[in-house]
Each structure stands twice: as C-alpha cells, then as structure tokens.
Design a protein around this ligand. Structure first.
Ligand code: NAD
Ligand code: DAU
Length: 340
C-alpha cells in the first residue's frame, strides 16, 4: 500500500505518520510537506528512515502531479493546511491558497492518476459555534456549515469541494471533522503548548476575554486512530465527526497546566478577546462510534499529564521554535492585546 500523508511535518500529521509507521511496517509511506513555519522535520526524526519525505507545496500542481506519477499513492490523507485562527484573522489569503486551492490540486491529481481513497482532514470549526448556555446541543454531521473565521471558512470551502468531487467525478473520498487536539509536537502558538511554554518561562499566560469559551479536547493519538479506521473501513462519500465529549473552558485548562507545573495563578493575564471568537465547540461522535467502533482511549486527566511531561522532556524541540521568528509573531499578536 502506498500511503501519501500531506502536512506530515506538522502536529497531527506528524503524530499520524508515527502511528502509521508503527502500525503498518509494510506500507510505503510518503510525506509531502511545504515546511512552513509550522512544519518541523525534527517531528519526523524518529521515523525518517521508514518514510520518504518530499518538501513540496500541495498548491503546486506540477510538483504534485510529478509526485503522483513517481510514487503512485493508493491512499492520500490531507493534513496540509494553514491551521491557526489568529493568523487567519491577521492575514487570510494564504489560508485560501493552501486550504482551498491546495485541496483542489491534490484531488485533481487523485482523479488524473487514480487512487483508492482521498481523505480530507477537516475540523469541527466548519459548524461555527454553540451557545454557552445550551449544554444539550452538539455538532452532528447534519449540522449546517456556518463559519466564523477566515480559517474555518477556508476549511469549509475545501469540504464542499471534496463533496463536489465525489458527486461529480465519483472520487472515492471521506471527510473527518475533529475537535481540538492536544499532545506531543503541538506548535506553541496554540492554547495548550503556548501556556505550558510561557508557564515554564514564568511569562504571563494570555487568556482571551474571560476564558469562558469552551473547546472539546481530544488526545491526538485518538484522532490518528479514528482516521486509520475511516481510511480503511469508512464509507465513501461520508463525513465522520470525531470528538470525545471532553468539554472544558479555557480558564480550566490554563489553571490545570499551572497546577501540574506548580506555578502560580498570578501568571494568568486576561487580554483582548479574539475577533469573532467561537463560544463553544462540542462534537457528537455517535456515527463513528456506531459504524466503526471508535471511541477515545485517553482520558483528559491522563492526556494532559502525558502532554506536560512531553514538553518537559522535549524542551529542545519547542525552545528552538520560540527562540526564532516565533518571537516576532508573538510580539505582533500579543502586544496589542495588552500582554507580552
Ligand atoms: P499544523 O499547523 O501543526 O501543521 C500543518 C502542516 O502543514 C505543517 O507541517 C505545514 O508545513 C504543512 N503545510 C502548510 N501549508 C502547506 C502547503 N501549502 N503544502 C504542503 N504542506 C503545507 O496543523 P495541525 O494542527 O497539525 O492540523 C492538521 C490538520 O488538521 C489541518 O488540516 C487542520 O485544519 C486539521 N485539524 C486540526 C485540529 C487541531 O486541533 N490542531 C483539529 C481538527 C482538525
Ligand atoms: O476545533 C478544532 C480547531 O482547534 C482546529 O481546526 C484548529 O486548527 C486549531 O488551531 C484549534 O482552533 P482553536 O482556535 O480552538 O485553538 P487555539 O489553541 O488557537 O485556541 C483555543 C482556545 O483558547 C480558543 O478559545 C482561544 C483561546 N486562546 C488561545 C490562545 C492561542 C487564548 O485564550 N489565549 C491564547 O493565547
């Protein structure tokens, strides 16, 4: 089996590559990644001898067609994306180029060269948000698309295109829409790794608004297991929601991290809110549970301890990141919010 993983040098794609290398030693695994600010070859270091890595852009048609001609992938799993909501608010264009047009180029290659399955890694953010005072409401696969940020709009556009390629050209596709992931190799611009890094450096922890927004956290390995099931057993043309009924407010998460690191809550700084900030995400995973038998295995209390331990044991991975161009990003993003 030739498996092409795009965006495999990023957080979830990297974890998925590790998972698939270990689970399917006979698969021929090819990783395509542009190595943007979020891509990191050190994430792939432990499996580099078991994969073929190609530095390329999913929106570069010639390069993608060349890769398909040479590698003949049977299964394509597309993680490659611009993934950070705050960056999309600051500068949306690259989000449309990579997330929408890049997806189109990949699917055109799949049509031209033939594949067994194209899987689009999407997000629960395509459903917009839920009110904080209605804990009875959840996103199902039938919830209408209703996006808030340029990031989620670009991901939703890609999803619609994937469904159009299935209906129009019979491309064998699946889509998964997962809630917030956490775990090893998470880029320190996102809530959990940013708070761990700042706490360890005794820097202020910038909480947007009142910290009451809710996210539905899933340990990244559980997401990888769900995608593995979908690409092998999921039904063509179907959307599968992935999430583990693990809703937490942001302030709960931040306080938990401080507690685990034995750092004072006085580090918490409430800062200007994100524009258009989604209130609550909450996934109903009934379909993937009933059809494919998936359920999350790592409980949040265990997953967050494992994650904090990973960041303590792998300081060189993230310290290199935050000492480089990341500092420019950090100043730009947080100086106007009132925290630096
Ligand atoms: P990430 O930002 O950590 O990694 C993205 C990877 O894609 C990087 O390695 C980057 O170099 C690569 N990339 C970016 N543009 C590219 C391009 N044009 N061509 C090739 N490679 C390119 O992102 P992540 O958090 O690992 O998210 C992976 C996917 O999962 C995304 O599609 C995201 O929308 C989706 N998702 C993320 C979460 C989450 O909580 N992080 C939850 C649900 C879905
Ligand atoms: O739900 C899935 C999505 O989860 C993915 O599609 C995105 O790619 C991924 O980035 C993530 O989006 P969020 O916007 O939910 O994640 P982020 O870590 O940026 O923020 C989580 C929450 O924490 C959100 O309510 C904003 C808040 N926050 C974030 C940062 C970076 C803060 O309060 N302070 C911060 O400094």
């Amino acid at each position: 089996m030739n498996l092409l993983i795009t965006g495999g040098a990023g957080f979830i794609g990297g974890n998925f590559t590790h998972y698939m290398v270990n689970k399917y030693p006979d698969y021929n695994i090819i990783v395509l990644d542009k190595l943007t600010y979020a891509g990191n070859l050190e994430t792939l270091e432990p499996v580099m001898n078991n994969i073929k890595f190609i530095k390329s852009d999913i929106a570069d048609r010639d390069a993608v067609y060349r890769l398909f001609e040479e590698e003949k992938p049977d299964i394509v799993v597309n993680f490659a994306a611009e993934s950070h909501v705050d960056r999309s608010i600051d500068d949306p264009e690259i989000f449309l180029i990579t997330n929408m047009l890049g997806t189109q180029v990949l699917m055109d290659a799949c049509r031209k060269y033939g594949i067994k399955r194209y899987h689009q890694v999407s997000t629960d953010e395509v459903y917009g948000d839920l009110p904080l005072d209605r804990p009875d409401l959840f996103f199902t696969e039938e919830t209408p698309i209703h996006t808030s940020s340029p990031y989620s709009a670009s991901k939703a556009s890609a999803d619609l295109l994937v469904q159009a390629y299935h209906r129009t050209y019979n491309l064998p596709v699946t889509i998964s829409r997962c809630s917030n992931n956490y775990g090893p190799y998470h880029f320190p611009e996102k809530l959990i790794p940013l708070m761990i890094a700042n706490a360890l450096n005794d820097k202020p922890l910038p909480v947007y608004g009142k910290g009451e927004n809710v996210r539905d956290w899933l340990y990244v390995e559980d997401h990888c297991k769900a995608i593995d099931l979908i690409i092998h057993k999921g039904r063509e043309g179907e959307v599968y929601n992935i999430g583990g009924h693990n809703e937490k407010t942001n302030i709960y998460i931040v306080k938990k991290i401080l507690e685990l690191l034995n750092k004072p809550e006085s580090l918490i700084t409430y800062v200007t809110d994100r524009k258009g900030h989604d209130l609550r995400y909450a996934i109903d995973p009934t379909k993937i549970h009933n059809e494919l038998g998936w359920e999350p295995e790592t409980k949040f209390d265990d997953g967050i301890v494992k994650t904090v331990e990973w960041y303590l044991a792998n300081k060189s991975w993230w310290e290199k990141i935050i000492s480089g161009e990341y500092m420019e990003y950090y100043k730009k993003m947080y100086i106007n919010r009132g925290s630096i």
